[in-house]
Design a protein around this ligand. Structure first.
Ligand code: NAI
Length: 506
């Protein structure tokens, strides 16, 4: 099949321009590199050719293919050298005024039939094209770093973009071996918008003193299956990149509470504690290796008291079975005996509230997060309350560690760690669907490929139950009185009638 765009221009040949040029040339387009900085396009060409040499060594490209790719990679010395391109992809500095000036120059240099695309990650495509004579041919084409490995690209239609332009860009993405997702021109598009929940909610949990960075990372890796905890991820991305994105999306959505950034990252950024590349972030790094604080050991306990489980516990049957498997003495009375360890498993509510509402003795009441089936997780999470006795805390910790599974004990918070983070991710994703920013399917594809989550956010909501997620959000709204936890109407409707979140409305 011949390529949709035979001649492609790349303007700005830094990290992103290089990656895009590489896959465009591999898709058999003739690619012209242009950069305003002297010598940069030449260096870019050398570095891309070195990539092909590596692929040749690894047997992923034949000698003829590598040579043909190199022959198709040209250098331009002015925008005039791009005059015969059918597509120009811009990957220059992220500034609206500079991008607008470049697009005006490109419009003057190229025929009307040429498509002009921007790799912007945070600017409005509509704003970039606003003063152009033919804004219909301008679209966003948002790749991820490193481009040859991150196989997803967001195709963004500005207000005046012709739909045929987006269709051609999507087909061209497929020719380059990438998966296109179609996004409306909104702050953060899909991936950077959907990604707001993970780090910001984790930061709120730390900000409330519920658990420390390392504990939250462990819980989200072991309970949900994230490859990196939110703090490990922020250390890798570095706060000089991620904090401004958090602020920008929050501001662009006119201070929408769901996206509110954290003073923790603002202060760490100001202090230069930005992450792995600085040698110090949420973790400190020794020769590039994160120094992770040890987990608190399982306490030594002589005897474990009998256990009473609240009739309102989530997954109560599974919890009782688990206790049986652990060999606990289970009380079956209507209320706990005076010596019993009292277990509650709320969704969204804090342990203190549950103890008060269910008239339980808080000194003996411990919470366990049962949002996720115990068999499906590698860690159990218990929550204390301010009145909990140390012997009861220790007994609960020791009991749930009896079969060798890891246990974290956190302070009381509405919704534990996993419930809070999962519900926030699902809620933000639902709101993306509510706003028709993209199709539910494209949302799932964009998040799994662009963020590497173990599941798409809607599939995650389905796995843990849309009704459960809704319950977590409703109750957290009560605990915190904060609009950031109000459920999106899209989630409310589906959760309320027990529909799968992947169910499309007719
Ligand atoms: P970079 O700083 O590595 O490269 C930018 C290049 O553009 C430089 O070589 C610079 O000399 C050149 N340049 C600046 N103004 C120019 C102009 N008027 N005409 C021609 N060349 C010009 O930047 P990077 O990281 O490659 O990012 C480029 C764009 O891609 C930005 O819009 C950024 O937001 C976006 N982006 C970056 C991602 C990343 O992870 N680095 C991910 C997705 C998008």
């Amino acid at each position: 099949m011949s390529t949709i765009f035979a001649n492609v221009g790349i303007v700005g040949t830094g990290a992103m321009g290089r990656g895009i040029a590489q896959i465009a040339a591999q898709a058999k387009s003739t690619v012209t590199l242009y950069d305003t900085q002297a010598g940069v396009a030449l260096t870019a060409r050398e570095s891309i050719c070195a990539q092909w040499d590596k692929m040749l060594e690894k047997g992923r490209l034949s000698a003829e293919e590598a040579q043909a790719c190199k022959d198709r990679l040209l250098i331009g010395t002015s925008l005039g050298d791009l005059a015969n391109c059918n597509l120009v992809i811009e990957a220059i500095v992220e500034r609206l005024d500079v991008k607008k000036a470049l697009f005006a120059d490109l419009e003057a240099a190229l025929p009307h039939s040429a498509v002009l695309a921007s790799n912007t990650s945070s600017l409005s495509v509509t704003a970039i094209a606003a003063q152009m004579k033919h804004p219909d041919r301008v679209a966003g084409y948002h790749f991820f770093n490193p481009v040859p490995i991150m196989k997803v690209v967001e195709v963004i239609a500005g207000i005046k973009t012709a739909s045929s332009v987006c269709v051609d860009l999507a087909n061209y993405a497929r020719q380059m071996g990438h998966t296109p997702v179609m996004a409306a021109d909104t702050p953060g598009f899909i991936v950077n918008h959907a990604g707001r929940g993970y780090g910001t909610e984790a930061l709120r949990i730390v900000g409330e003193g519920v658990a420390d960075f390392a504990t939250i990372d462990r819980i989200l890796r072991d309970q949900v299956g994230f490859k990196l905890g939110p703090f490990e991820l922020m250390d890798l991305t570095a706060l000089d990149v991620s904090h401004p994105v958090m602020e920008s999306i929050y501001r662009q959505y006119y201070d929408e509470p769901r996206y509110r950034p954290s003073v923790i990252t603002a202060q760490r950024l100001a202090g230069g504690v930005v992450g792995k590349k600085a040698g110090e972030g949420f973790y400190s790094y020794l020769n590039g290796v994160a120094q992770v604080p040890e987990e608190s050991p399982v306490p030594e306990v002589d005897t474990i008291p009998p256990v009473w489980v609240s009739p309102r516990a989530a997954r109560r049957m599974e919890l009782l079975q688990l206790l049986k498997d652990l060999g606990a003495a289970i009380e079956t009375g209507a209320s706990p005996s005076p010596h019993a360890l009292t277990l509650v498993a709320p969704l969204g509510f804090d342990i203190t509230t549950v103890a008060v509402v269910e008239r339980l003795d808080p000194a003996r009441t411990v919470g366990i997060d049962m949002l996720i089936d115990d068999a499906a997780t590698k860690r159990r999470v218990l929550a204390t309350n301010p009145a909990l006795r140390q012997d009861m805390r220790d007994a609960a910790h020791a009991l749930f560690a009896l079969d060798g599974k890891a246990v974290s004990v956190i302070r009381d918070s509405g919704g534990f760690v996993t419930q809070r983070v999962v519900a926030t991710i699902v809620n933000i994703a639902s709101d993306i669907c509510q706003q028709h920013i993209c199709s539910p399917q494209d949302l799932e594809t964009a998040v799994t490929l662009g963020l590497g989550y173990p599941l798409g956010p809607l599939a995650m909501g389905n796995r843990y139950g849309p009704t459960n997620v809704l319950e977590v959000l409703f109750n957290m709204q009560t605990v915190y009185g904060d609009p950031r936890y109000r459920p999106s109407p899209w989630l409310r409707r589906r959760g309320a009638i027990g529909l799968s979140l992947m169910h499309e409305e007719s």
